[in-house]
Design a protein around this ligand. Structure first.
Ligand code: FEO
Length: 395
């Protein structure tokens, strides 16, 4: 990606990772970007870096605008290596004594990633860095989504450099919201559901603080994906909605199957739910990536999980998904378990325990069938689905 001037004297010097398909467990089917920003004023500042293997590209992009040695300060909004991995190369090129601004927690975390004795400046919310005509203001955003996370705001231009906030794992020719249109919202929602969801209450408060401070937000620049310049309010409003986790009239039926018995149950349950006028999708964990399932689950009221019993346990794919889901702490859900078995049938109880551990209210006792579900059992699955559908409808 060539550098792009996003406002007079402000450049995106980041890179595009077209080929990444697995971002520590998140399916990035279209790749992603690691955005980094250069602000050229009387002082020249680099905000964020990129993943280690893209260091050369970042330095080349910077060099097309200024000699990296002319950079007066570097800001690290976030320690995670997709934004700091190239810092050693960058600091070596810029100058090891260059002031490196980060949050107080960043000051604790960066030295645990890099042994170099850099010229750290730990900053707190409201502290400023004068660049000449313009000013950077720092805003700590702890646990959105790491303890070290912070935003940096370019006051005179109304530009918020939001680190992982408001991001999307999206790589494409488009670089701005007005170029990509509404389809970017699905990527932003997936990002929220799979990365930021556990911190939804903190994000809600953070947005309230930003609004109370009446920050002029003319542009939001996340470190992943497109930049919000036409309508930054749109993604802020979407975050406010997503933070509330108000479910839609919708169910997801997540399952794996050995010999298609659990699949038949899932499909019969789905028809029962739909018969109550509730949207429902059966999602096979062999076909759906866990991060896609999580996106579907995010705004569903009911979460049904099905697994055959394998060696006295649940299927490994189902255990994988429940582990992933538990960490993301979805709220306002009801749930139920189902599955087929041969001779012991522990999976259903084990799934129920996992759901209860996640504080998901069980709307129905688990449903299990030995070996192959014939018509009476499939009818029972349909009825099980109808009860779930009625529960989603609040009946
Ligand atoms: Fe994009 Fe938390 O790193």
């Amino acid at each position: 990606m060539n550098p792009i001037e996003i406002a007079p004297g402000v450049y995106n010097v980041g890179v595009t990772d077209w080929n990444i398909r697995d971002f520590h467990g998140y399916s990035t089917d279209l790749g992603t970007t690691y955005n980094a920003f250069l602000v050229v004023d009387e002082k020249i500042v680099l905000i964020d870096a990129v993943k280690k293997e893209f260091a050369d590209q970042l330095i080349e992009n910077i060099s097309r605008i200024v000699d990296p040695k002319k950079i007066d300060a570097v800001v690290s909004n976030h320690t995670e290596p997709d934004h700091s991995g190239s810092l050693a190369r960058v600091m070596h090129r810029v100058g090891e004594d260059t002031p490196l601004y980060c949050s107080k927690m960043g000051h604790k975390n960066l030295p645990r990633h890099f042994t170099q004795k850099w010229n750290y400046h730990a900053v707190g919310s409201g502290e400023e860095l004068k660049l000449g005509r313009r000013t950077l203001t720092f805003m700590e955003t702890r646990m959105v989504h790491w303890p070290d996370s912070m935003f940096t705001y370019l006051k005179e231009d109304g530009i918020l450099f939001a680190s992982d906030g408001f991001g999307q794992h999206y790589a494409g020719p488009e670089k701005f919201d007005d170029q990509v249109g509404d389809r970017i919202m699905a990527h932003a929602k997936k990002y929220f559901a799979n990365i930021l969801l556990p911190y939804a209450p903190l994000i809600e408060k953070l947005i309230q603080q930003v609004q109370a401070a009446k920050l002029d937000l003319r542009m939001i620049c996340p470190d992943h994906g497109i930049i919000w310049r036409k309508d930054p309010g749109k993604i802020v409003a979407a975050y406010q909605t997503w933070c509330r986790q108000e479910p839609e009239k919708k169910a997801v039926i997540i399952y794996d199957t050995m010999w298609k018995s659990t699949q038949k149950m899932a499909e019969a349950i789905q028809s029962g739910i739909m018969a109550e006028g509730v949207s429902a999708k059966p999602l096979s964990l062999r076909a759906w990536h866990r991060s896609e399932v999580m996106t579907e689950l995010f705004d569903a009221r009911a979460v049904l999980v099905g697994s055959p019993t394998l060696n006295n346990g649940m299927f490994p794919t189902v255990a994988d998904f429940l582990c992933y889901m538990k960490g993301l702490k979805p709220k306002n859900k009801i749930g139920a378990a189902f599955g087929s078995y041969g001779w012991s049938g522990e999976a259903v109880k084990l799934i129920e325990k996992e759901l209860e551990d996640m504080k998901i209210e069980l709307a129905q006792p688990g449903l299990k069938v030995q070996f192959v579900p014939e018509k009476p059992v499939l009818d029972a699955c349909h009825e099980f689905g109808r009860k779930i559908g009625r529960a989603v409808n609040g009946l």
